[in-house]
Design a protein. Structure first.
Length: 183
């Protein structure tokens, strides 16, 4: 499968990989590419996993809307010196081994409990659940017309010990600076 990097008006180095045989990437191809790129524009505190060679994990909690797309996107990629891996989870407590956690919309009814269980652990939380960034999440995917965009709740990320690149914030649709939690 041939992959091509297409820049969607992102700063230098922020690109979305899509299948060259398709004229327009699917919504979840774009979201998977964003998840990969978030690994390049967020700085995590030093973690023992990085020292032991454990892979950088992008995890999906709940019903997986990506299917094989996420695996194909991260296959052969790395985050710093670590290899990248996609994992599927059924319980929030399993997310402690993840650096990025995508919360599927099947978990909307449990969102408050999930975010409370993660507390201030340095895990980037991402979802396309409506108002996710207002309800305690860090990055929310939103559709604007036929484009996938995202909102960032900077306070929630900083409170979890994450440093968000100004380049990422420049391309965000909205940057919230007020921590909020609760469903």
């Amino acid at each position: 499968m041939w992959l091509v990097c297409i820049g969607f008006a992102f700063p230098s180095g922020f690109s979305v990989a899509v299948d060259a045989q398709q004229s327009k990437p699917s919504e979840y191809q774009v979201k998977a590419a964003y998840l990969y790129n978030f690994s390049r524009f967020i700085e995590w505190p030093a973690r023992p996993a990085a020292e032991t060679g454990e892979p950088f994990a992008i995890c999906v909690l709940g019903k997986d809307p990506f299917g094989p797309i996420l695996d194909a996107t991260v296959s052969g990629q790395g985050a710093g010196a670590q290899g990248l891996v996609a994992r599927r989870l059924t319980k929030p407590e399993d997310a402690l081994a993840c650096q990025i956690l995508f919360v599927g919309d099947s978990e909307e009814g449990h969102l408050k409990e999930i975010l409370t269980a993660l507390g201030k652990v340095s895990i980037l939380t991402v979802s396309d659940i409506p108002r996710f960034s207002e309800r305690g999440g860090m990055i929310e995917f939103v559709l604007k017309g036929d484009r996938v965009r995202f909102e960032v709740n900077l306070s929630n990320a900083v409170n979890a010990g994450l440093a968000v690149s100004s380049d990422l914030l420049k391309v965000a649709l909205t940057v919230r600076k007020n921590p909020q939690s609760g469903a």
